[in-house]
Design a protein around this ligand. Sequence first.
Ligand code: SF4
Length: 233
Amino acid sequence: MPEAKPSRKPAATKRPPRGDLAPDRIAAILKALDEAYPHAECALIHRSPWELLVATILSAQCTDVRVNMVTPELFRRFPTPAAMSKATLPELEALIRTTGFFHNKAKSIQGAARKIIADFGGQVPQTLAELITIPGAARKTANVVLGVCFGKAEGVVVDTHVFRIARRLALAKGETPQKVEQELMRIIPQDRWIAFSHQLIHHGRQVCDARKPKCDRCNLEQLCHSKDKTWQS
Ligand code: SF4
């Protein structure tokens, strides 16, 4: 077989993306978020990885404020995975009823407690691969626990606020949280993943509302070209 002739074309160099995903634009968005939310933190009250895991499972389709109302009594009655693993479903359901979907959530937190006792020596595991084997804990919950409790960024938390705002800012186009997470992981520096999610969640609650975003008081307004904008400078 004849040897391939060396190509005269120089090897293609990877150009930085332009437009919406240009590094300058992303840096400007991150800077604006830092300025607006320098101390953004998880709003779910917790004293341990176990409590945050349970609180995050309960926060599905529910506000953090509501979850914070039920967890003190839940953890007073069942403070550890061992204690919760022995709770009956009716006992758990009665305590978490107001968070909605309480039949499923009771099964999840009871199952999570049993799994942690059976497979992880009673301790919340510290890897994404292990966390997502726990009943009720998908990638979002796992990323929350890893980021907040262990300072580990294995992925980006994509809740309803992050999903909506990432798309409004044209940082992602995916139709599912999983796809948006993959897009964000490609363009946001890994050392910013934890803070970035917290900041977008705060932005979603305070300014970039799902129905009526308050664009006239948004410090990202000049960087945002969303069709959902309610005000243009
Ligand atoms: S300009 Fe409006 S739509 Fe865009 S990020 Fe700000 S609040 Fe959200």
